[in-house]
Design a protein around this ligand. Structure first.
Ligand SMILES: NC(=O)c1ccc[n+]([C@@H]2O[C@H](COP(=O)([O-])OP(=O)(O)OC[C@H]3O[C@@H](n4cnc5c(N)ncnc54)[C@H](O)[C@@H]3O)[C@@H](O)[C@H]2O)c1
Length: 476
């Protein structure tokens, strides 16, 4: 039955590979709707425009490939002879009859059959494009960070409210089955971690060489200037320039500080931060190294959080870690990076035992064997660091390294929670809400709460002051 439904919505993988070869693209996209279905729009079909067909635009297109009823009608991108042409070509190869545009205003004036827009342009374009799309009667999925400034983000919230159209902010962890499982099941239902006392998050990432462009495909300087870019170098590396982006702490914090807010059920009380440009190889303007302290006053008491981004450390990269009086969890968008363990002295040992028995947490075979004969009251004792044999590193121990590094055996999230491309559930939630079958997981108002905090970190660095928030700061 499942196979039947799938074959209705998709062409075969072989079809796709053949078309990809013809179009000369590496975009892994199979059709959301096939050509013969094109003319028969059903009430559940959604006509979409993609604005911004760069790296993330392609990730989003790719995630749409498994979502039925999505009909791409227009691609808008100022990079005509590269991202725009390439994306339009592959969409057409799969029967999406897309029109191409350089300017979103022209697109909105000429396309009269659109239901929604996906916006994945650089951050400084988001507010203007989102507001125009909402006012033109479209629902909008807008990438994070939702705006370049807090004032712009406020206007986006107001526009969504005034037009009555949906505005989903692209903080896709809000729809991630792994994150939802952690919050709903482990934290709320089982109450595994007790009171969260501290949080720590990071996204460290190597500074890759400056992004270039094909020699035969630059954008004319006149066009670059018209859209706010000084040069191709700035256009390609916009995240690092003050007029166009907000730097890494906002780029990454837009997701991770959002998780702090969500899981702590609060917004920050205060932020202090320190930032530096420690690897100034390319003349970038934004900090590559940021350390920030975020204070929360939550319904469950005070919580101290730290958040950092560093310019290297590809080995561990990113996670959010919540430390409670009964247990700790590290979670990340990457399936391989999650570790969960009770405090050895946890009073709720039986709950942890039950959670593993129920399959809501996965234990190693070694732990599973012990469960058969153990008293559930003693389960948490297994996680005493000193009971772990000293770590031995080597080829044969690769899979043990994560646990060995922290000196504990640990539990993990079930693998079945991450079988889709990471942005797919959030897009599905957006489309299902358009169809009246769901509610947005990150509507404008909620997206704004995080924007209002994250967009203040650079100010905290620049002024050297502690930024203190009032509850009103998070409400539009
Ligand atoms: N949710 C996530 O995990 C995630 C990950 C990466 C990026 N992003 C976000 O996605 C957005 C795009 O980032 P990216 O990495 O894809 O950047 P990118 O530079 O690769 O792509 C941007 C695209 O927008 C086009 N563009 C620029 N100005 C335009 C304009 N005025 N009108 C139409 N098109 C224009 C460019 O030609 C390019 O194709 C950013 O807001 C970024 O923060 C989100």
């Amino acid at each position: 039955m499942k196979m039947k439904e799938e074959s209705k919505n998709f062409q075969t993988r072989r079809d796709f590979l053949q078309s990809a070869a013809v179009t000369g693209t590496t975009l892994i996209l199979s059709p959301m709707i096939s050509a013969q279905e094109e003319s028969e729009k059903t009430p559940d079909d959604i006509n979409i425009a993609l604005i911004g067909a760069g790296a993330q635009g392609q990730v989003l297109l790719n995630a749409c490939r498994n979502i039925p009823g999505i009909r791409f009608k227009a691609v808008c991108d100022i990079w005509e002879n590269y991202n725009r042409k390439r994306t339009a070509r592959i969409l057409k190869a799969y029967g999406h009859n897309v029109n191409e545009y350089e300017d979103y205003k022209q697109m909105l004036a000429e396309e009269n059959n659109l239901d929604a827009a996906i916006i994945a342009t650089p951050d400084f374009c988001h507010a203007e494009q989102t507001i125009a799309c909402l006012q033109a009667g479209l629902h909008v999925y807008c990438e994070k960070e939702m705006a370049k400034t807090i004032e712009e983000a406020q206007k986006m919230v107001q526009a969504a409210r005034q037009t009555g159209k949906l505005l989903q902010i692209g903080r896709q962890r809000r729809s991630s089955p792994r994150y939802i499982h952690c919050y709903q099941k482990l934290m709320k239902e089982y109450g595994l971690f007790g009171q969260i006392k501290a949080v720590n998050g990071q996204w460290n990432r190597k500074i890759y060489d400056t992004l270039g462009w094909p020699v035969n495909a630059p954008i004319a300087q006149e066009t670059l200037t018209k859209y706010g870019y000084n040069s191709m170098q700035q256009f390609r590396n916009w995240q690092w320039y003050k007029a166009l982006g907000n730097g890494r702490v906002v780029d990454f914090g837009a997701h991770q500080i959002d998780i702090f807010n969500w899981f702590l059920e609060a917004t920050p009380k205060a932020i202090t931060a320190n930032g530096n440009i420690n690897y100034n190889k390319y003349g970038y303007e934004w900090y590559d190294t940021v350390l920030s302290l975020i204070e929360y006053d939550t319904p469950h008491g005070n919580v101290s959080a730290s958040y950092q981004t560093m310019p290297y450390d590809e080995g561990y990269k990113s996670y959010e870690k919540f430390i409670g009086d009964q247990g700790t969890f590290w979670i990340s968008e990457h399936n391989s990076r999650n570790m969960i363990y009770p405090e050895p002295t946890a009073e709720n040992s039986k709950k942890w035992y039950q959670c593993v028995q129920d399959g809501d947490l996965i234990a190693t075979n070694e732990i599973m064997k012990m469960l058969e004969s153990m008293d559930p009251e003693n389960f948490a004792h297994l996680f005493r660091a000193e009971e772990t044999p000293p770590p031995v590193f080597g080829e044969e121990n690769k899979s043990e390294i994560n646990s060995a590094v922290i000196g504990k055996p640990s539990l993990h999230l079930p693998l079945t929670l991450s079988d889709k491309p990471y942005t797919q559930p959030h897009l599905e939630n957006f489309f299902d809400t358009i169809r009246g079958k769901a509610q947005l997981n990150c509507p404008a108002e909620l997206g704004y709460k995080t924007a209002a905090a994250v967009l203040k970190i650079n100010e905290a660095i620049e002024t050297g002051r502690k930024i203190e928030f009032k509850p009103d700061d998070f409400v539009v």
